[in-house]
Design a protein around this ligand. Sequence first.
Ligand code: ATP
Ligand code: MG
Length: 710
Amino acid sequence: MTAGLNLAQQEAVNYLHGPCLVLAGAGSGKTRVITHKIARLIQAGLEPRRIAAITFTNKAAAEMRERAKGLIGRDARHVVICTFHALGVRLMREDGAALGLKPQFSILDSDDVTSLLKDCGGTTDAATARHWQWTISLWKNQGLNAEKALAQARDEDERQTAVIMARYEERLSAYQSVDFDDLIGLPLKLLADFPEVRAKWQAALGHVLVDEYQDTNATQYEVLRHLVGERGRFTAVGDDDQSIYGWRGATLDNLKKLPQDFPKLKVIKLEQNYRSTSAILRAANNVIGPNPKLFPKTLFSELGEGEPVRVVDADHEEHEAERAVARIRSLQASARDKEFRDFAILYRANHMAKVFEQALRRANIPYKVSGGQSFFDRAEIRDLCAWFRLWINNDDDPAFLRAVTTPKRGIGHQTLQSLGNFAGQYRLSLFEALFSHSLPGVLGARVVGSLHEFGRYVNELQYRARHTHGAEGARAFLADWLKDIGYEKHLLDSDDNDKVAAARWSNVLEFCDWMAGRCGGQIDDGADSALGAAGPPQGANAPSGGSEPRAAGSVGARSLLEVAQTISLLSTLSEREQDQNVVTLSTLHAAKGLEWPHVMLVGVNEGLLPFKLGDEDGEPGATPADDVLQRLQEERRLMYVGITRAQRTLAVSWTKRRKKGREVVPARPSRFIAEMALNPATVKEDPREKLKALRAEFARKAQDALSAKV
Ligand code: ATP
Ligand code: MG
């Protein structure tokens, strides 16, 4: 279990009976400690199901499970490896009844929450609803409910949000639904307020391991504290220099609290980086240097100096993308790691991906965009998928709520609230409740009639979808259905901007066409490989091409219901990016914990990374205000995270001009480029600049020769 671990790692892995914190820089093998420690705990006799390893994303969990499987084999199946949210779901499924939740409670995604808040606040404006959503989420993460939030409100805006939050909470409980924040907040309530639940979980879990501990928030910390109890059998690993979720409520206080709450805490530091060359590591250490240190640490690498870090300046975004493609091509020609999967292009904000996607498509280079909005995350596609989900699984309450209200069909919230109460009382799903004989006792005849009509319509669609085969049939079915429910009109009515509505409608048509193609057997999607390198259609406002259907006739025609089933699975599994041989495009946030042989950090400009700090008028280097300083420090950590994803080569690029709305404005390199303190001799020039210099030199020499002759 300790093969392939250095002494400090071994110490962390072998420390089994008390609280342990591994605090170390990027690439020092913290995640490796967690996987090996799982194996070690099992070897020491702890049953696999009594071990919980908590990761930051589902994808990280899947990866950790794979690695654990490599170390311990089938036993890994029983280890609880998941995110805090998934663990929360488990706690609530088992013990949520104490809070009045039925076990099949529904989880609303962020989109569902926005539309619910629109209704609670009586607005159609999504931006306003999202503002409430954001504030409510922060409050929930601080452990505040509507009542407490109202008591603490500092201004009218906060008071209004708290009032809306109260309505929102009522609706959630009536619908037997929870949001993502509840997946942490409610388990905490269970553990804190119900001693028997707490005792049960403390006894059930013999050891809890937490990766990326620096990005936990206050509520998650409390959950951890209750889960491990006074015995404190846990291992947390983290790096204060990589804390990049402060904006979402993560707090470094959790690192400071550990030694106070667990006086026996063993702190282990790892100093050797096994990921990056010295050149890359030096740039990383230089960048993070100016940030205040919570825990001082030094990192070294024995992988040799390696290639110098490159700085690339481009004229504008398209040029930057072309240079990234050129770099991939030239490294493929010369480097050792030349598979597409060995490359990553990382940027600060989602919208920056587009030009790189276009350039990669032109060059026929396969890629995936991770951490961004996938086609299936678009509101209009999610609307349609909600209907599909309901055809497939009548018990999917959020799908029911979305379908019954999208487009609106005169079934109001009062009705749904009563239906939700009724369903909760009799432990039925909303769909089951709708056909219950006792429902007319609770709701008026007209309302029950509308509900029945909806229920029958869903049943009919379900039946027809099951019996619709072939592309033509599917196309006609989908067109009829969209017409029946008036979806195009709904899009036009819900957006003030006609262009946006038209683009959405065109996404819908493209999506239906794509589905119909699958019913015709045009595309062999095997088990569930529909999100392969080619990916789903990219939407009306995304570049087209590159996602050609595979050869026709590879599989037989399938029913629309079967196709819909695969799609709804995909829409709920957005994290499923298996090991495809494609270039990764990712935000810096989504790149946390990962590594690639070749990394390109792009758009490293002032105003992007660091992101707008609100001090644009001030020169970099001027003393910023406190909150600006804090944000600058978080941006610097983000740059540090980006640099330290690279194993063998790193290029950092910026553009001299950038698009800002419709204008093109001059742009500056990020201050972080200077902070990397690269040796100027190793900074590669723009080839055109080099050419210019050569020409100038040539002209000078010619001039010299000429004057010598004269
Ligand atoms: P991050 O801070 O980015 O999350 P980390 O500290 O979790 O990084 P790991 O991802 O665990 O680091 O390890 C980084 C790389 O170094 C991985 O490829 C891992 O396999 C390798 N590695 C870690 N420890 C050792 C070791 N003792 N010997 C050889 N390779 C190691
Ligand atoms: Mg890690």
